[in-house]
Write a protein that binds this ligand. Structure first.
Ligand SMILES: Nc1nc2c(c(=O)[nH]1)N[C@H]1C(S)=C(S)[C@@H](COP(=O)(O)OP(=O)(O)OC[C@H]3O[C@@H](n4cnc5c(N)ncnc54)[C@H](O)[C@@H]3O)O[C@H]1N2
Ligand code: MOO
Ligand SMILES: [Mg+2]
Length: 418
């Protein structure tokens, strides 16, 4: 008797996988190694920023009170007593009708409270004249105007992108606490599988899922511990999965999760006494995606069909890995776009269509990326996004609004929106 599986909704499946996450712990890395990691401490302002009152312009620092009454007919004259660029300080404070020629980024001299831009002055033998009054604080960057000492600027759990690196450098974080990377194993199962460099032989195909998942992990800044390829053999699968459970934080397998005579992953979970969170999801592709927990670790049984495998990774593996690293932004970012061509197939389950998303001057357009069966590889290659069509619908036509999940974006969002 073939086992009858009960499909659960995608949202429910996602909730179940992310409910069981243990964090990986933290480590300190040099700033130069921090790009692409997840912050494991908040970024605090270690001092006021700017740390001193400074000039935002190239010009002259003056006492604003000396400019009162200035006009085209009544230009006020100033004597320049010093000349400083960024990194230099004036030798003394200014007195009445004195000024310091000051460049962008240089500290405001004592007694000065306004900066006149070079363009607003006319040079004289000893200084300059100006034709308008300045208010106290005009053209001055106040100390701490961007951040006050001790202020939390970026949350722990945030993705470290180039801007984050700039902020860390600003506050002297030569080293920073980041989440440890989880060790992720990949095992490709299937008697039909050949290595990438192998010539085709009858009935065989090359293993594309293994390299594809490894690259999906690289896109997240993670590396892979590869368990290679195994033929569909229960004992061999069992042995390798057990070994991987000792050596990894998460194991991803591909293939062998359906109800076929050589689909051995269900038996592996059974023998391990694993807690199967689900083995059928109301989605296409990827309906047979199975996730189990053994020894507190996630075993992701992704389908062998490449599009199902790819989608299963993005929907289920990615949020778990991100949550393990303390990120709250674990879900793919979401967009609305106009469907660029008809998609008339029925969608008994939620359908994830590999797609090409394009921003145009008239708004976002999305089109299916070609041959879109669960077994498809080419549409994954063409796609940069996934159209999500709700279950129980059909007859989407060009011009309709559809939901899209964007791929390859550094940092996702903290909510599953669909
Ligand atoms: N009677 C039923 N048959 C099937 C069902 C079902 O519910 N009842 N589900 C179908 C669905 S949906 C899918 S998806 C597949 C899932 O199959 P498995 O996850 O068990 O994967 P395999 O049987 O091992 O392989 C399926 C397909 O994918 C190819 N494959 C496998 N591994 C790789 C790889 N590493 N690289 C590239 N391609 C791979 C494999 O050759 C098969 O063609 O089951 C349906 N059947
Ligand atoms: O898991 Mo299958 O991919 O739904 O076709
Ligand atoms: Mg199968």
């Amino acid at each position: 008797m073939v086992e009858m599986r009960k499909p659960i909704a995608v949202t429910e499946a996602i909730e179940r996988v992310v409910a069981h996450v243990k964090t990986t712990g933290t480590e300190k890395v040099a700033l130069g190694e921090a790009y692409g990691r997840i912050l494991a401490e908040p970024i605090l302002a270690k001092h006021d920023m700017p740390p001193f009152e400074r000039s935002p312009y190239d010009g002259f620092a003056i006492r604003s009170q000396d400019s009162i009454g200035a006009s085209g007919e009544n230009r006020k004259a100033f004597t320049v007593i010093d000349h400083i660029g960024a990194g230099q300080s004036a030798k003394r404070g200014i007195a009445e009708f004195e000024a310091v020629r000051i460049m962008t980024g240089a500290p405001i001299p004592d007694n000065a409270d306004a900066v006149v831009m070079l363009e607003q002055t006319v040079e004289t033998a000893t200084g300059f004249t100006l034709r308008k009054p300045f208010t106290s604080g005009e053209n001055i960057s106040a100390r701490g105007e961007e951040a006050k000492n001790g202020e939390e600027l970026i949350k722990s759990g945030s993705f470290i992108h180039p801007g984050t690196i700039g902020l860390l450098a600003t506050f002297g974080y030569a080293k920073v606490f980041v989440a440890k990377k989880p060790i992720v194993g990949i095992l490709s199962t299937g008697t039909e599988l050949l290595e990438v460099e192998d010539e085709l032989t009858p009935g065989k195909i090359r293993n594309s899922n293994g390299p594809m998942i490894a690259a999906q992990l690289v896109r997240m800044g993670l590396t892979t511990r590869s368990y290679g390829m195994l033929a569909d053999d229960l004992d061999m699968c069992m042995e390798t999965v057990k070994q991987a459970l000792c050596e990894t934080d998460v194991l991803i397998t591909t293939g062998g999760v359906s109800v076929g005579d050589f689909d051995y992953l269900p038996a592996v979970y059974d023998r391990l006494g694993a807690d199967v969170l689900f083995n059928k999801v109301a989605m296409r592709p990827g309906s047979v995606t199975t996730v189990a927990i053994a020894e507190g670790k996630h075993l992701f049984g992704l389908s062998g069909n490449p599009s199902a495998c790819f989608t299963g990774f993005e929907l289920f593996v990615r949020p778990v890995l991100l949550k393990m690293m303390g990120s709250e932004n674990m879900y793919l970012p979401y967009a609305k776009a106009v469907l660029g061509e008809d998609f008339t197939k029925a969608n008994p389950f939620t359908r994830f269509v590999r797609a090409i998303y394009e921003s145009t001057l008239d708004g976002a357009i999305v089109r299916p990326a070609g041959f879109n069966k669960s077994s498809a590889v080419s549409s994954i290659a063409r796609g940069n996004s996934i159209i999500v069509l709700p279950g129980g619908t059909r007859g989407f036509t060009a011009g309709m609004d559809v939901d899209v999940l964007l791929l390859g974006v550094d940092e996702g969002v903290d909510k599953w929106m669909l």
